[in-house]
Every structure is written in C-alpha cells, then in structure tokens.
Design a protein around this ligand. Structure first.
Ligand SMILES: Nc1ncnc2c1ncn2[C@@H]1O[C@H](COP(=O)(O)OP(=O)(O)O)[C@@H](O)[C@H]1O
Ligand SMILES: [Mg+2]
Length: 213
C-alpha cells in the first residue's frame, strides 16, 4: 500500500520452479520483479493466491517453521540490507545465528565465504567503508552461509563492475551445477538473463513469457 491507494504489484502470476533450475526474472523497473522475489522467498505474503515451497503451503507455517524454511533460502537483496554497525564478517556471521553452528565454526565459515567472493582483505570493514560492489559481495556471502537449497538474487550484479559481475555469475553457475542449488535471479539486463536456463519475462505485474534459453 502506498498511503491509502492500493498498488497492485502483481496480477495473476503463476510460476513453477523445479529443483535444480536456474531461472531469471527479467523486466523493466517497476514491473514487479522484487515483489515477486519477496513472495517467493516468503518475505512477503500474497493478498491472494498460494505459495508452495518444497510442497509446503507457506501461509500455513507458524513462526519457527518459517524461520527454519528461511534457513534453506539464501536471499540477496537489491539494496543489500547489511547492518551498518557490523563488520562484513559480523554481517555474514549473523545469518548463522539461528542455525545450529558454533561460534568458532561461524567465524571460520564467514571468513571463507568472504574470501570466496574476493573480500579477504575487507572482513573487518563496515558497510560504509565498502564500495557498492563490495557490499553486494558481502550480501552474497551472507546468502550462502547456511548452504541454502534455494538462492534468490535481486539484481545481483546491479552494483558491480563487469569483471566482478562475471565472477559473481561464475559463482552462481557453480552453485547451481555442482551443488544443485536452485537459483532465481531478478534482473533488468537481457544479457544477464540469458545466463540462466530459463527466462521469465515480466511486464506491469504480469508474466509475459516463460522460455528456455
Ligand atoms: N512498498 C511499496 N508500496 C507501494 N508500492 C510499491 C511498494 N513496493 C513496490 N511498489 C510498486 O509495485 C510495483 C512493482 O515494484 P517492484 O516489485 O519493486 O518492481 P521492480 O523490482 O520490477 O522494479 C511498482 O509499481 C512499485 O511502484
Ligand atoms: Mg526491484
């Protein structure tokens, strides 16, 4: 809702994503991509309609079941959503706080993942001391830290240079191919969307096409 005027961000969408798939959601700004991804990630609730994840109706889950489900989902937000007063490492560690992981293991895993995304020498920096691209990579490390089954990314290369974008994409491809992680990537970039196995094109809150690349 925007003030008192209801905004219909999505209308009549129907999407089925198979385990191990890699799909991109492509569309111009304002077409409903982020809304769609937030619904898929169970961060938002649809006003009508159903969302099934792993065959489970998300609307029927109680809070602790939802938390458990969210552990299976790695989410990279369009605007990172990092916690400003925490270092890169602490931001990544925080995502493991509800998983059953020891403090030592949390620390080790956070550093490993930050190294994987090329931030070895930035682990103790706070978000404000990092560039947009570096913050995006912290967000990616955070999303991967609980070995998610599903990886949802909102414009994951929107703030990185082309070299980093390539690296991020290679990382996503590997997770999909080698670890069987199901990937849903939102983008407004046609070239990037072709990297996925399947492209769902959105316009004005509706799915316009759904095609294998
Ligand atoms: N919090 C909000 N309140 C009101 N309208 C919103 C809100 N978030 C998104 N919208 C509207 O919903 C539509 C879809 O937005 P969004 O999903 O963010 O699109 P995209 O990610 O494709 O740019 C747009 O018309 C946008 O203005
Ligand atoms: Mg968006």
């Amino acid at each position: 809702m925007l003030g008192k005027i209801p905004v219909e961000a999505l209308r009549g969408v129907n999407l089925k994503v198979d385990a191990g798939d890699f799909i991109s959601i492509l569309g111009p700004s304002g077409s409903g991509k982020s809304t769609m991804l937030n619904l898929i990630g169970a961060l938002d609730k649809p006003t009508s309609g159903t969302l099934l994840i792993d065959g489970v109706d998300v609307s029927k889950l109680v809070d602790n079941q939802l938390s458990e489900l969210r552990l299976k989902i790695g989410f990279v937000f369009q605007f990172f959503n990092l916690i400003p007063r925490l270092t890169a490492k602490a931001n990544v560690e925080l995502a493991m706080s509800i998983a059953n992981v020891s403090r030592a293991e949390r620390s080790k895993r956070a550093v490993e993942l930050l190294e994987t995304v090329g931030l070895k020498d930035r682990v103790n920096h706070k978000p404000a001391e990092l560039s947009g691209g570096q913050q995006q990579r912290v967000a990616i490390a955070r999303a991967l830290v609980n070995n998610p089954k599903f990886l949802l990314l909102d414009e994951p290369t929107g703030n990185v240079d082309s070299k980093t974008a390539k690296e991020v994409l290679t990382l996503i491809h590997n997770l999909n191919r080698e670890n069987g992680v199901s990937v849903i990537m939102v983008t407004h970039d046609q070239k990037l969307s072709c990297e996925a196995k399947r492209t769902v094109q959105m316009f004005d809150g509706e799915i316009q096409s759904d095609m294998v690349n």
